[in-house]
Ligand binder design. Structure first.
Ligand SMILES: Nc1ncnc2c1ncn2[C@@H]1O[C@H](COP(=O)(O)OP(=O)(O)OP(=O)(O)O)[C@@H](O)[C@H]1O
Ligand SMILES: [Mg+2]
Length: 246
């Protein structure tokens, strides 16, 4: 299983919107997906209620200590992808989510305040040696503001833009807001629109970044099944336990 976390200190940067968009893009690409909500604000649960379908499960995990055991159980159940939406700020739950992630996506609008607010999330990802990428969200269609923001993020990470910035950039469009309002993801609400294209493109970028090729996924699943079998074989059978106890 792979775990992707959306985290940044800044409120309203698009964590929940991107989590939902990516979950559906991944599902449409053939992955089994679960959305995990660590934000008591409940944006994902509310979206799920409006959706009137449980094809994507939204699971709340509010306590940092519950993270690792729950992710292990989900991985053992054969789930391929967990996408975690976190609250603004930097709580213990967010830190745990980053710690157990394969990729931490840090969304930022192209504004100084959003870019400055990425610093603390970046330090946590680095402290736990987790992969991370910035996602520029709610950008204008074009303009100097985008280049300035990309350069500022690269400077903050002290790396090249190409190494730290996920592609494509996600432009500010009403489709994102309208889709969430009716319990859909943008790729369901306006499948042929530009926003849906961008989110699908972002998912493909993540697939490549995590090397989620079909062959690698199969290897992951075989390894996980083998681990489960080994685990089961190492536990004493019920009659053995009775004999040992008597
Ligand atoms: N690319 C986009 N274009 C237009 N609107 C967007 C885009 N991304 C997010 N939004 C809108 O911006 C607002 C904030 O987005 P969202 O709730 O996803 O942010 P958040 O980071 O999860 O916020 P919080 O920190 O409060 O949890 C929402 O109204 C959402 O629909
Ligand atoms: Mg949110």
């Amino acid at each position: 299983m792979h775990t992707i976390v959306l985290a940044t200190q800044k409120g309203g940067s698009g964590k929940s919107t991107l989590a939902i968009g990516l979950a559906l893009a991944a599902k449409q690409a053939g992955f089994t997906v679960r959305l995990i909500e660590t934000d008591p604000q409940g944006t994902l649960s509310n979206w799920q209620r409006r959706r009137n379908s449980d094809d994507i499960v939204v699971e709340p995990i509010y306590h940092a200590a519950d993270f690792a055991p729950r992710l292990t159980m989900l991985a053992d159940s054969g789930l391929q992808l967990a996408i975690v939406d976190t609250a603004a700020g930097l709580s213990a739950a967010t830190t745990a989510a980053i710690r157990y992630s394969d990729l931490c996506l840090i969304p930022a609008r192209p504004s100084v305040a959003d870019i400055e607010a990425t610093v603390s999330t970046l330090s946590v990802a680095r402290a736990w040696k987790r992969s991370y990428s910035f996602v520029l969200n709610q950008t204008p269609i074009r303009g100097q503001r985008i280049d300035n923001a990309a350069s500022a993020l690269a400077e903050e990470a002290a790396l090249d833009v190409a190494e730290v910035l996920a592609r494509p950039l996600i432009v500010m469009r009403n489709d994102h807001q309208d889709s969430l309002a009716c319990g859909l993801a943008v790729s369901e609400f306006a499948p042929n629109g530009k926003s849906a294209d961008e989110i699908r493109g972002l998912w493909r970028w993540i697939e490549a970044r995590l090397d989620l090729s079909a062959g690698n996924l199969l290897i992951d699943q075989v390894m996980s099944a083998a681990e489960c079998m080994l685990h089961a074989a190492s536990e004493p059978a019920a009659d053995e336990t009775t004999t040992l106890a008597s």
